[in-house]
Design a binder for this molecule. Structure first.
Ligand code: DQA
Length: 141
């Protein structure tokens, strides 16, 4: 799980928009979801784009990824390039329905590279992404 800026304070960040679940709780739910595949969750959250890039470069050994880029969806070109070289499938997730919000949230520079995208379902979206990732990974191999 790779989470971008401002997602480390989930639970106390605009709860009306992002819900009350913490990132740790979401990661726990994802861990339970993927346990049946024998997978473990590596959960990384960084507020800086460079640190997210470094985390991607250090994660080529993972089976796949769930990525919430936060506001880097809008212009995170370096993040996009790092994901382009990530050798495994990944799913983009947004807690909120970005298309029901301000127009500056309507474009994602990373979305064209994702296997799929889930938005608007809160923390549950990460669980759905985990299920989808398992399908994609198993269909690839
Ligand atoms: C977000 C949506 C982004 O527009 C926003 O900048 C975030 C969170 C979401 O999960 O809904 O930080 O990615």
């Amino acid at each position: 799980m790779l989470n971008g800026p401002n997602l480390g304070i989930l639970g106390r960040r605009e709860p009306d928009v992002y819900g009350t679940q913490t990132l740790e709780e979401i990661a726990g739910a994802v861990a339970r979801e993927v346990a049946e595949h024998g997978w473990e969750v590596r959960s990384v959250q960084r507020d800086c784009e460079g640190e997210l890039i470094r985390a991607i470069q250090d994660s080529y050994d993972t089976v796949g990824a769930i990525v919430n880029p936060g506001a880097l969806m809008i212009a995170g070109w370096s993040l996009r390039d790092a994901l382009a070289n990530y050798p495994r499938p990944w799913i983009e997730v947004h807690l909120s329905n970005v298309w029901a919000r301000e127009s500056f949230r309507h474009e994602s520079v990373i979305a064209p590279l994702a296997s799929g995208l889930i938005a608007g379902l809160g923390g549950f979206g990460y669980q759905l992404a985990a299920r989808a990732l398992a399908e994609v990974v198993h269909n690839r191999s």
